[in-house]
Design a protein around this ligand. Structure first.
Ligand SMILES: [Zn+2]
Length: 232
């Protein structure tokens, strides 16, 4: 059995940094993140974006690839994760909440965390990193009003297209909240792939791809085990 048996792994990160309290388990410390990237490299894996992983899967050639995603666009990721991605030559996808660029994570209770600006996203895209949509307001999409759903999916796509000169190819459901209507809206808006959190029964992987949540407790060997044992 290899790390790439079956569906290739797609990792889910939120923030990378050091905080006193982390009630939502969003943080991986910079040291742990560096260890995790080194562990992936030692396994012979190369980090890629969600779009690259999706394209590789469509061609049936995902051997040696691991998808890396960062939800919400936390600014600290630029300081603490980006240098490690660069060091290993890894790609990744950063999912931005387009209505809150340069703001804070207003959807969560305090403490507030700074989010990337439009310029930060342009810088990342300029380096070849993928920028994907994580809606306009970090809305919970399953069961939501159809007009709200359309706006969250389509207006965020337009905003990123205006900002980066081309529309984003992938979408990420906030809270992993997805249903059939959300999948249809994402597909009809023109996205190629979308990721959720957990496996969504009845929904195809292309638009509801489950991910492996990575936490600060995943030291290198444990992260490797998570990849190897995925789905068993
Ligand atoms: Zn999120």
């Amino acid at each position: 059995m290899t790390a790439c048996a079956g569906r290739p792994p797609l990792l889910m990160y939120h923030a990378v940094g050091t905080v006193a309290e982390d009630p939502f388990d969003l943080y991986v410390t910079p040291q742990r993140f560096a260890e995790q990237m080194a562990a992936l490299a030692a396994l012979g894996l190369r980090g890629v974006s969600m779009a690259e992983l999706g394209d590789a899967a469509a061609r049936g050639s995902t051997a040696g690839l691991v998808g890396i995603t960062f939800d919400d666009g936390y600014h600290e990721v630029l300081t603490h994760a980006l240098p490690e991605l660069r060091r290993h030559g890894f790609g990744a996808t950063f999912y931005a909440v387009t209505g809150l660029l340069g703001g804070v994570n207003a959807w969560d209770p305090p403490p507030r965390r700074e989010l990337m600006t439009a310029d930060d996203l342009r810088m990342l895209a300029g380096e070849g990193y993928e920028i994907g949509s994580h809606t306009v307001t970090h809305a919970r999409l399953a069961g939501c009003d159809p007009a709200v759903l359309r706006r969250e999916v389509s207006a965020s796509r337009r905003a990123l297209a205006d900002l980066l000169g081309k529309p984003p190819r992938t979408f990420c459901y906030p809270y992993g909240s997805v249903d059939g209507a959300a999948v249809r809206a994402v597909r009809e808006a023109g996205y190629a792939y979308a990721c959720a959190v957990n496996r969504a029964p009845g929904l195809a992987d292309t638009y509801a791809r489950p991910r492996v949540g990575v936490t600060d407790r995943d030291f290198g060997a444990r992260l490797a085990a998570k990849l190897f044992l995925r789905g068993r």
